[in-house]
Design a protein around this ligand. Structure first.
Ligand code: DC
Length: 220
């Protein structure tokens, strides 16, 4: 069974998707980490940012492996290097590139072969797994998402104001929703789920119930 969890940055997707996968005993796929890994490779290579074709070539040469929480890039564990401001600010060069997206979607489908999977991203229910049995679109208000992000960054020793985070978040939302391929949007058969004011455990309890109901319907 495939469970897709799409939604904007800061809606709590990563935390929720991991917890959901654990509760269900499913594999977990963090597709944002794949975009981050190819972006790290491009940052190290200093682009070339103005050459989409060479960027796609570079991405296609990247060996990305995700095992549990560990992300390897060409055999190197890069898990701790993926969430820096430098990587985040360059992701759009790769995420906007249709060839890069196609390569990563193929990798996502390969990962899911023969498995029960919770997969998290922007286009999992629309592009990567359009026939998934259960699709969730996870949202939260912009203010709540920014507040969570500020707490996350501060806990990592990166002080930042809510206003700054809101600005960056709006720019990313705009970019994620506007890209020609794989844009952020709910699949027509996705369940919209707003996490405002809910604890992660409450969200996961509700999602587990939704997935089980979908699984029963698929069986019966
Ligand atoms: O979920 P995240 O913040 O780690 O994702 C990083 C970036 O990757 C985000 O700006 C959008 C992009 N992304 C994407 O375009 N498609 C996906 N399936 C997952 C992430």
């Amino acid at each position: 069974m495939i469970v897709t969890l799409d939604g904007p940055a800061g809606a709590g997707k990563s935390t929720i998707a991991r917890m959901l996968a654990d509760r269900l005993g499913f594999a977990f796929l963090d597709t944002g980490a794949m975009y981050r890994a190819v972006t790290l490779a491009a940052v190290r290579n200093q682009g070339p940012w103005d050459d989409p074709s060479r960027l796609a070539d570079l991405a296609s040469r990247c060996e990305i492996e995700i095992v549990g929480r560990t992300v390897s890039l060409n055999g190197e564990d890069v898990s701790e290097l993926l969430r820096t401001a430098e990587v985040t600010s360059h992701i759009h060069y790769l995420a906007d590139n249709p060839r890069v997206r196609k390569g990563l979607v193929d990798l996502q489908r390969d990962f899911a072969i023969g498995k029960n999977v919770v997969t998290e991203g922007r286009d999992q229910g629309t592009v990567a797994f359009p026939t998934a049995e259960c699709k969730i679109f996870l949202t939260a208000s912009p203010e709540e998402r920014a507040r969570r992000r500020v707490m996350e960054l501060r806990s990592r020793g990166e002080p930042i104001s809510i206003a700054e985070v809101l600005d960056q978040q709006n720019a990313r939302d705009q970019r994620d929703s506007a890209r020609a391929v794989g844009r952020l949007e709910p699949a027509t058969d996705a369940i919209d789920f707003c996490t405002d004011g809910m604890l992660p455990t409450e969200v996961v309890d509700r999602l587990v119930a939704i997935v089980r109901e979908k699984a029963q319907r698929a069986d019966g």
